[in-house]
Design a protein around this ligand. Structure first.
Ligand code: SF4
Ligand code: SF4
Length: 175
């Protein structure tokens, strides 16, 4: 017991300063710094550079048209029924000979997606019988008001990005 107390009272021995050990420590530090400096970069200069997304990535939606310009959507509301969070609104109207919007009997007069509620599950794309609604690779969806996150039909009918078209083509080839 007495020996233990004696040991505790002893002050720890200090190593004798040596220029050689300081230089060695400095060289070791510099070796690590230079090693990191010349190693390949892992950070990306976002937003100029973006990391590649998987072929199956699901981001912003697009509504598609046929080559003749007619809208694919036939207003059947299957996508709205399949949506687990109820963020799709479809209001259908009848096509007429004077005003033909889609090849079917009906078309989507109103088509809206509330992006703030969407969980990007892709069920709407799976449910659509005519591949009218598809999810693209875009994930930069920030905006300045809640209202701007309700994507209207006009916004969704923008031309498809080339990588979405490539994904759809490979999907139909596999069928
Ligand atoms: S991706 Fe899912 S949550 Fe989003 S609109 Fe489609 S079905 Fe609804
Ligand atoms: S997007 Fe497809 S599932 Fe949805 S209403 Fe149009 S045709 Fe029907």
């Amino acid at each position: 017991m007495a020996d233990e107390k004696e040991d505790q009272n002893k002050t720890p021995k200090r190593e004798t300063p040596s220029v050689l050990s300081d230089v060695a420590a400095l060289a070791k530090g510099m070796q690590r710094t230079l090693g990191e400096y010349f190693s390949p970069q892992v950070t990306l200069q976002y937003p100029e550079d973006k990391s590649p997304r998987s072929e199956r990535y699901r981001g912003r939606h697009y509504l598609r048209r046929y080559d003749n310009g007619l809208e694919r959507c036939i207003g059947c509301e299957l996508c709205a029924a399949a949506c687990p969070v109820g963020c799709i609104l479809v209001i259908a109207a009848e096509n007429t000979d004077e005003k033909r919007v889609s090849p079917g009997e009906r078309y989507a007069k109103t088509y809206e997606i509330n992006m703030l509620r969407c969980i990007f599950c892709g069920y709407c794309e799976e449910a659509c019988p005519v591949q009218a609604i598809v999810l693209g690779p875009e994930y930069e969806l920030s905006d300045t008001s809640r209202e701007k996150f309700v994507y209207t039909k006009e916004m969704l009918l923008e031309p498809l990005p080339p990588d979405v078209q490539a994904r759809l083509d490979s999907k139909s080839e596999k069928k």
